[in-house]
Design a protein around this ligand. Structure first.
Ligand code: ADP
Ligand code: MG
Length: 386
């Protein structure tokens, strides 16, 4: 983590560019339940974190965007007047957003930018969406354009799909743009309707970073998407109106699943049961039934591990250790998988002791010092008032 405040970023910018910037931020996220369902038109329940990516920005006279990343101590420039192609680095996220904004009809100004994130990158907390949304918000503001959060989320997703080459769903960009303080959001990834689900102060959301990130993550992600498309193609031959796995119910899959190859059936079973779990978890959370919410989170992890095959030994260990800690209702991997973070629902009275119980045992067994923190759901992208 970079131990810098937004105020420090402002001063760094002034020193480097010799003028005063305006500041924007967009948060990372933790997904409580509903993993690998967004690109199947399904349901998800993410919360924006109070940890964000910050962008300091000041317009230029030309059409050049010049960006410095404090985290990477790296720079790039790109001329929006010239054709741009991906370079397979961090600048792709920024340039991709700028290009998609222009494609959607916005005429951008050249800008000097400095970005700084307090999210660890590549840990499944969606530093990528936070970078996209904060940069998108900043570029629109500098251009004097009105900001439509849903359009911005879609533009950021398109940038990641098309310029970065990661076929992610809409969840990360949506929650980074729409986060509501104190709430998770139940998002229907087909209609893009969202409903805030307040997090009762009787519970805390604990995030544990396993500190591993297996290289498989990106390639396996795209393979899972293909498996889901295969399942849809086969199931739509015998069930009417199936456009996505969202359209298949658990009983329908039980009846028609036998015609699927074993691996495809497992992938479909995860998605179909996970969609049901999300809706049940929302009902349980709203009823204050944390035991049931926790049970569903545990079932989600088992399904991701055994049917979707996207867990790894470190995630399984962290989940197992978390579940034995006092006051824990449930624990699961969160994010795409193959490393990154777990999320646990913990009784507020027990939350403070959680890290001291889980952390040392995880470290003893893996040799890795995990990062464990309690997360209070924060707001979506916007200007920073210092
Ligand atoms: P996650 O979104 O889970 O953090 P990703 O691999 O999707 O993981 O995105 C991380 C990538 O986003 C980094 O490798 C980097 O290219 C880019 N990125 C995110 N934040 C920053 C930042 N502050 N400065 C430069 N690049 C960043
Ligand atoms: Mg990402």
């Amino acid at each position: 983590m970079t131990p810098l405040s937004p105020n420090d970023l402002l001063h760094l910018f002034e020193r480097r560019f010799g003028r005063q910037p305006i500041l924007f931020r967009a948060p990372g996220r933790v997904n409580l339940i509903g993993e690998h369902t967004d690109y199947n038109d399904g349901f998800v329940l993410p919360a924006a974190l109070d940890l964000a990516t910050y962008v300091a920005v000041a317009p230029r006279e030309d059409r050049v965007i010049q960006v410095h990343s404090v985290n990477l101590n790296a720079d790039f420039t790109a001329d929006l007047g010239q054709p741009q192609s991906p370079v397979h680095g961090w600048s792709d996220y920024v340039v991709g957003v700028a290009l998609e904004l222009e494609k959607s009809g916005h005429r951008l100004k050249g800008s000097d930018m400095m970005v700084m994130s307090v999210l660890s990158m590549g840990s499944g907390l969606s530093a990528s969406a936070a970078l996209e949304a904060s940069v998108g918000y900043a570029l629109l503001s500098v251009a004097g354009a009105p900001i439509n959060r849903l359009d911005l989320a879609k533009i950021c997703q398109r940038a990641e799909n098309e310029f970065v080459g990661m076929r992610c769903g809409i969840m990360d960009q949506f929650i980074s743009c729409h986060g509501v303080e104190g709430c998770a959001l139940l998002l229907d990834c087909r209609s893009l309707e969202a409903r805030p689900v307040p997090i009762d102060p009787k519970v805390r959301i604990l995030v544990c970073n396993t500190m591993v990130h297996h290289q498989l993550a990106g390639s396996e992600y795209n393979l899972r998407r293909r498996d889901c498309e295969t399942a849809v193609a086969l199931l739509s031959q015998t069930i009417d109106g199936v456009r996505a796995l969202r359209d298949v119910s658990v009983p329908e899959l039980e009846t028609h699943g036998a015609r699927l190859p074993q691996t495809i059936l497992k992938r479909a079973r995860h998605v179909v049961t996970e969609n049901k779990r999300v809706l049940e978890a929302v009902a349980a959370l709203e009823a204050g039934d944390f035991i049931e919410t926790g049970r569903l989170m545990n079932a989600s992890h088992e399904s991701l591990r055994d049917d979707y095959n996207v867990s790894c030994p470190e995630l399984d260990l962290m989940v197992e250790l978390s579940r034995t800690a006092p006051g824990v209702y449930g624990s699961r991997m969160t994010g795409g998988g193959f490393g990154g973070c777990t999320v646990s629902l913990v009784d507020a009275a027990a939350a403070e002791g959680f890290a001291d119980i889980v952390g040392p045992t995880y470290e003893k067994e893996t040799g890795l010092k995990p990062m464990i923190f309690s997360c209070y759901p924060g707001r979506g992208a916007g200007p920073v008032v210092l």
